[in-house]
Design a protein around this ligand. Structure first.
Ligand SMILES: NC(=O)c1ccc[n+]([C@@H]2O[C@H](COP(=O)([O-])OP(=O)(O)OC[C@H]3O[C@@H](n4cnc5c(N)ncnc54)[C@H](O)[C@@H]3O)[C@@H](O)[C@H]2O)c1
Length: 251
């Protein structure tokens, strides 16, 4: 995701990628196309001091991201973070500690279709409170459930006016633990990890003699890049913590 983001920023109007940081891949060369390249270094604080970026984009791991964000925000660098597995209160705390006029933007999913899926699910939950989520990702994904599933569950929970007693809240009745998924904000979430997948999610609603399925599929990491570029553009005019790409999409 980091290398893809660097190339997307390089191709975007009025933007330039000025540094690449990955301690585990230091000295790797990221190709920018047309014979241009950027050398990856291992020290974020040094990279910020040398290149004075307006924005840092973080796609790493939850532990690394927290440290990276602390370093960048303290230097007054706006942050766009796509790394999942970070608690939202940890992000809020980081944003609170940041200098005034510095923004921290987090999106659990930068794909426009995924944002629409979450919004459609939120709308459906008002009328069909019985909902379950199946999220499917590649087998290298470190966290489960996905950030998108957690956010979708939260949006469904906030939108529906009652919590159905069944199905979704009866996990104590399982004869095998995990059979009914994990309860996230009282919504059952099932996580699938398989090679061959990229990032997919289906939200299922059940009502009287009917079901509704809302599905989104990212079939390539390129699906996230227009959202990353939009966030890099928009974050500079914000401050504090902003969560979700929908904040930058207008009505
Ligand atoms: N929000 C979204 O739309 C979205 C989309 C895809 C992936 N993700 C998330 O982005 C994160 C990265 O995904 P990925 O598929 O690129 O993973 P990846 O494992 O391919 O890449 C992560 C990279 O981070 C590097 N890294 C580790 N510690 C670091 C540090 N301290 N500083 C800099 N780099 C460091 C690793 O060496 C590795 O190269 C995951 O949390 C994933 O869930 C989010």
């Amino acid at each position: 995701m980091g290398s893809e983001a660097i190339r997307a920023v390089t191709d975007a109007d009025g933007m330039e990628a000025v540094a690449a940081v990955d301690p585990r891949a230091a000295s790797t060369v990221v190709s920018l196309g047309e014979g241009r390249s950027l050398t990856c270094t291992g020290d974020l604080a040094e990279a910020i001091a040398q290149s004075a970026p307006d924005v840092m984009v973080d796609f790493t791991t939850a532990d690394a991201a927290e440290e990276n964000l602390r370093t960048a925000l303290a230097a007054g660098v706006n942050c766009v973070v796509g790394t999942t597995g970070l608690a939202e209160d940890a992000l809020a705390e980081l944003a609170r500690e940041a200098p005034e006029d510095t923004a921290l933007f987090y999106a659990p999913n930068f794909a426009i279709g995924a944002v629409l899926m979450m919004q459609f699910a939120e709308k459906a939950a008002r009328f069909m409170p019985h909902a379950e989520i199946i999220e499917l990702h590649h087998d290298k994904k470190l966290d489960a459930p996905s950030g998108t599933a957690i956010r979708t569950a939260r949006m469904i929970a906030a939108a529906r006016d009652r919590v159905p007693t069944s199905p979704g809240s009866e996990t104590e009745l399982e004869s095998m633990k995990g059979a009914r998924g994990a309860l996230v904000h009282e919504v059952s979430v099932h996580s699938v990890r398989l090679p061959g997948l990229v990032a997919h999610q289906e939200v299922l609603f059940g009502g009287q003699s009917q079901t509704l399925s809302i599905r989104h599929d990212s079939i390539d990491r390129a699906s996230f890049m227009p959202g990353v570029v939009l966030a890099v553009r928009e974050v500079c005019s914000r401050s504090g913590l902003v969560v979700g790409l929908e904040n930058f999409l207008g009505e």
